[in-house]
Design a protein. Structure first.
Length: 115
């Protein structure tokens, strides 16, 4: 029987203390040899910059790392720009999500639900 494959999801740290906890967690989980880890992308792109910097850092530790790409509330051009940036960074794995509409956000953007 093959060994189970696991992945973990991280939130981009907001403080120096949270950054320290993230690295403690990465060190503790690395022996489990995750297939990959993902890094969340805040509602409405609120953590986009921190997502990318976290992906860069974790990837440097040798773990395959994939940023979330939340599509709800996004414009196509905005997503194209972000994907181009990821390509320039050499990021070739993504976790693409429809995402939930953030509280108070008026519209879902150019992308629509499929029925």
């Amino acid at each position: 029987m093959p060994a189970p494959r696991v992945s973990f999801e991280f939130f981009p740290p907001k403080t120096p203390e949270a950054t320290g906890r993230l690295w403690e967690t990465v060190r503790e989980l690395a022996p489990l040899q995750p297939s990959f880890v993902s890094v969340t992308y805040g509602a409405g792109g609120s953590t986009q910059g921190r997502t990318l910097s976290t992906v860069r850092s974790v990837r440097e530790s040798g773990i395959t790392t994939a940023p979330h790409l939340s599509c709800i509330g996004s414009e196509k051009a905005q997503l194209r720009d972000l994907l181009a940036q990821y390509r320039e960074e050499g990021i070739d794995s993504l976790v693409a999500l429809r995402g939930d509409l953030p509280s108070g956000m008026g519209g879902i953007g150019e992308l629509r639900y499929a029925n």
